[in-house]
Ligand binder design. Sequence first.
Ligand code: GLN
Length: 281
Amino acid sequence: MINAVQKIADILKEHQIEDAKLEARMMLASVLNIDENNLFFTCPEPNAEQKKQLEELVAKRINHYPLCKLLGKKGFYKYDFVVSEDVLSPRPDTEILVEAAIAYAKKMNAQKILDLGTGSGCIILSILGDVEKLKGIALDSSEKAIAIAKQNAQHLGLENRIKFIHGSWFDEEIVSSLGNDFDIIVSNPPYIPSQDIEHLEEEVKNHDPLSALDGGIDGMDHYRKIAAISYQMLKEKGYVFLEGGIGQEKQIAQIFEKEGFVLENILKDYGGINRCIILKK
Ligand code: GLN
């Protein structure tokens, strides 16, 4: 079986796929329907049908179809999340925001959290999973994304602690329906400047929803709106946790400071990029 992994890895590597061996293992485990960690212990030979499936996976992958969307799931923080082309692929960089929000939620004994642009739900569901009494509301402008997030809530047994709302933060009626008693607001909004989208890697620009990437001319459109609506939705001394793009942290902080927030902290992701901006009401 190690040979099967190696064979797939070699093809992936020829096509400049990083982490070729890991991806090959994940593909094989998925097709054989066994846990990747058990690959070395139980290793049935792929049958003809499974070999065909593997060939199809490899063919799509070398055309830069993202692995997680081929396999339909992505590991993020502590869980596997269902993903599709209707949601942004969860990124390890975002785990930093999740860890910070969990620590704050526990310390301040938070009761209620809002996620603006929930996508797969990976952020808010990871937080709810670790903070027992917390309840959440998750907003997304994509109905298809909400369907995926609901599946994830159910898989994690969190469906009774979260309410999903379909709509946009540019819609005043929707915003006023969310309420104004949140302890914490989290968001990983679209932040790529429109003209930079064509330069993103193919996995991203062709397979993440454009609506989850495009932040307008300067990438700040959604932060401006979120800053304008979130102050009144938060309780006194509430916090906002935002993800930002490379080099955007100061501009994001300023946009929120203008609305009355105080910068609490900026956290780096695993790659050393200033990724998570924390602001206090
Ligand atoms: N992190 C994504 C990327 O750089 C963008 C996600 C977003 O706009 N929120 O590809």
